[in-house]
Ligand binder design. Sequence first.
Ligand SMILES: NC(=O)c1ccc[n+]([C@@H]2O[C@H](COP(=O)([O-])OP(=O)(O)OC[C@H]3O[C@@H](n4cnc5c(N)ncnc54)[C@H](OP(=O)(O)O)[C@@H]3O)[C@@H](O)[C@H]2O)c1
Length: 333
Amino acid sequence: MISQLLLAALTLCVAPQSRTEVVTMKAVRIHAFGGVEQLKHEDAEKPVPGAGEVLVRVQAAGVNPVDWKAREGLLKSLAPKLPQVLGYDVAGKVEALGPGTEGVKVGDAVCAYLSLSRGGGYAEFALVRVDELALAPKKASVTEAAGLPLAGLTAWQALVDEAELGPGQRVLIHGGAGGVGHLAVQLAKARGAFVYATAGTQNQAFLKELGVDRPIDYTTERFEEIATDVDVVLDTIGGETAQRSYSLVKRGGTYVSIVGPPDVTSLAERGVNGRAILVQPNGEQLAELVKLVDEKKLKVAVSATLPLAEARRAHELSAKGHVRGKLVLSVAP
Ligand SMILES: NC(=O)c1ccc[n+]([C@@H]2O[C@H](COP(=O)([O-])OP(=O)(O)OC[C@H]3O[C@@H](n4cnc5c(N)ncnc54)[C@H](OP(=O)(O)O)[C@@H]3O)[C@@H](O)[C@H]2O)c1
């Protein structure tokens, strides 16, 4: 009897130290690849920041077409581990710092594009590498900040890094009303280019508001009869649109695709530089984009904000291919 009491007392004493405490958070995860029904709004383990990582209390998470492509399993080779928290764009406050995270402090408002191999944005807390984040824009809402990173970096890496777009050049931006396109249009204008952009009839006024010099309605006009001899094409559409666009770039110009490799051989025969890019996280470039937002040269147009729990609806909307500007999930105030 005495020994039983002793054992019980000992158990009571050691139990709290030996048990590993699992702290949970709400997240949207997939346990298998497939349709929207695979998105589960559920409890998941709250992550702990390691070296070079910052824990961000997510307030808003941007939605991108790559999110539903990842859900369908198209990024399996990059991120094979399940269950997986989806989402690559976040805005929120720094909650905790891992070792080696100089330059940022608890409470800072930040935004980031999380690499495609890690994701984790559809959650109350996300791990962000310190070199992936930037301080959030002061002149934008948290939902706008969440819509900036992936699409903005894509536009930057296509137009600045690859095309080296400069003043007086002429650029054709396909899908000018979309997430990438609407930021690319404004970036091109900020760099002094003449901008042609394509969109449907319902988005022509939006293109004008963004500063497009010659909006093109792809449902009623043939863009190849309007945007001839351009220095740069940014292709966010692909397929037949790509085929019809190759001959529009003048010798020495650049054709940048974000939707798969263009026909580089035929482009090279015409003296055009053909490129396909896959956007990379980059905190320094994101800070440049944030600066443009604060200077009022770049505005993230958020056309719809849905609660995190409605991620399924967000994926359905995105997959239709006609989102104007950005779609954002609201996670916390
Ligand atoms: N390689 C990379 O690193 C990278 C990075 C980001 C995105 N992407 C890919 O690039 C594509 C675009 O991304 P996103 O975020 O901009 O997508 P998004 O926001 O979903 O784009 C929607 C826009 O596309 C426009 N659109 C649809 N069909 C069109 C057509 N035939 N001609 C012109 N515009 C058309 C729509 O305008 P209307 O409603 O007026 O038709 C709509 O505003 C996606 O496939 C995405 O996965 C790749």
